[in-house]
Design a protein around this ligand. Structure first.
Ligand code: ATP
Ligand code: MG
Length: 437
């Protein structure tokens, strides 16, 4: 239909039944983080462009190529957030006097990057992420790794691999920078034009280049992990020992430097092997320098971000069964208008007891009603009409095995009737909040 306005390239709609996976993934992530003591934050989708230029760095792919930037009506440059960290830190710095440190935060929401759309890469995508502010010990880094690992386990993901790297602090970088500059200058002719420009401003970023020729050169370059100071080395050893002791497998990958400029000391990625190659589902690390760089106080920080779409695609390809959180309990098809008020009252009473009951939203015969209840996966079905009123009783049908429960009402479908319904149908069959279903 050519007159239709279609959705913007690189965006998607999440409609039923797909939202079932989305809601489940969102709740697993948020509940796991809450279980670990993280509090939720919401920050604006728009920020001043300057914020991302400062935090991500002018030479980052995100700032150079991927940001949605526009001037607002008063001529200020505004960008849609390409990631959360800068905005969350900005928000905390603005409200620092009211915050108790260390602070454990989580977020869930959309980000925007003008990238070439493909599987696992969109122009609007969702991130779930974690930030810890004011935690200077490696316990914070370890907390991140444990939480990410916990979330992936809860989601039932298979083939998840953790890769870690030590990229050094400011002091390590001074010496290392010269080593790297020297090396890349010798290989200048084989670097892509973007990386040649990066050499001046931020040579570390070359490790993040996706060009094959540059990646080849990087394989022989001096790596950070071999050139870090005593303190960075001690911290890295502690992280590795803790992971080993707690049975979390990892690999040191000296080529992870992370896409954004602000990382220091410790970085990591969680990667899932798929049929079409490795997919990075989570990236994070420590960024102690960013607060000062943004004009704030010394505030150490560490965090990670998970790409929600990638997780959902993996759940689908790995055929992971999700637990039903949204299934409905009872569909009551009211067949005569005289019974509508009665049925509405029954439904509102059942809902008070945590039973997910619904009335029919369309008029139609019993056959069409039961067909709908079946398609919408209701567990129980009840047709309510003249018979029910005349006999003061009704028949609730179990949709999966056809079993019928006849409930007689002695109080004109009042409280006693509701109580009997719940006892004989729902509790007996373990339906309702807090009961396994
Ligand atoms: P990549 O190297 O894949 O481009 P990145 O380093 O740009 O990733 P981060 O900025 O670390 O990504 O974002 C954290 C996570 O967000 C990534 O690991 C990925 O799962 C997800 N992500 C990043 N960009 C996109 C996108 N355009 N579409 C969907 N998910 C994305
Ligand atoms: Mg990217």
């Amino acid at each position: 239909m050519s007159f239709f306005i279609k959705r913007v390239r690189g965006t998607k709609d999440v409609l039923p039944p797909n939202d079932k996976i989305w809601s489940w993934v969102e709740s697993v992530m948020k509940e796991s983080a809450a279980f670990y003591g993280f509090l939720n934050v919401r920050t604006p989708v728009i920020e001043f462009t300057e914020l991302f230029k400062l935090s991500s760095g002018e030479t980052s792919d995100v700032v150079q190529k991927e940001m949605y930037t526009f001037d607002d009506k008063s001529g200020r440059s505004i960008s849609l957030r390409p990631e959360f960290t800068a905005g969350v830190l900005r928000a905390i710095l603005e409200d620092l006097n009211n915050q108790i440190l260390p602070l454990k935060l989580m977020y869930f929401g959309p980000c925007f990057r003008y990238e070439k759309p493909q599987s696992g890469r969109y122009r609007e995508f969702f991130q779930f992420g974690i930030e810890i502010f004011g935690g200077n010990s490696v316990n914070s880094d370890i907390e991140l790794l444990f939480l990410a690992n916990y979330i992936f386990k809860k989601l039932g993901l298979k083939n998840v691999k953790l890769e870690i790297n030590a990229i050094g602090c400011k002091e390590c970088h001074n010496d290392y920078r010269n080593l790297v500059l020297d090396f890349f200058n010798k290989n200048l002719n084989n670097l892509c034009s973007v990386c040649r420009a990066r050499l001046e401003k931020n040579p570390l970023r070359i490790f993040d280049c996706k060009e094959e020729s540059c990646q080849k050169i990087c394989q022989n370059a001096p790596v950070t992990v071999m050139n870090i100071c005593k303190e960075c080395n001690r911290d890295f050893e502690e992280i590795k020992n803790t992971l080993t002791t707690c049975g979390i497998e990892y690999k040191v990958n000296p080529y992870i430097v992370r896409g954004l400029d602000y990382y220091t000391k410790f970085v990591f990625e969680f990667i899932v092997a798929t049929q079409t190659g490795n997919l990075t589902v989570c990236g994070g690390g420590r960024y102690d320098g960013l607060s000062k760089f943004m004009g704030g106080p010394d505030l150490c920080a560490t965090g990670f971000a998970i790409g929600v779409e990638r997780i959902i695609e993996i759940i689908k390809t790995q055929k992971i069964e999700i637990s039903e959180t949204n299934s409905r309990d009872l569909y009551i098809a009211c067949l005569i208008s005289e019974a509508k008020i009665k049925v509405t009252k029954i439904i509102s009473k059942l809902r008070e007891f945590g039973i997910k009951a619904d009335i029919n939203l369309f008029e139609g015969n019993v056959k069409s009603q039961i067909q709908f209840a079946n398609k919408a996966a209701y567990k129980y079905f009840l047709a309510f009409g003249n018979e029910e009123i005349k006999n003061n009783s009704c028949k609730i049908k179990n949709m999966s095995n056809g079993e019928i429960f006849e409930i007689v009402s002695s109080d004109d479908f009042g409280d006693n009737f509701i109580k009997t319904c719940i006892e004989t149908v729902f509790i007996y069959n373990s339906v309702g909040p807090g009961m396994s279903s």
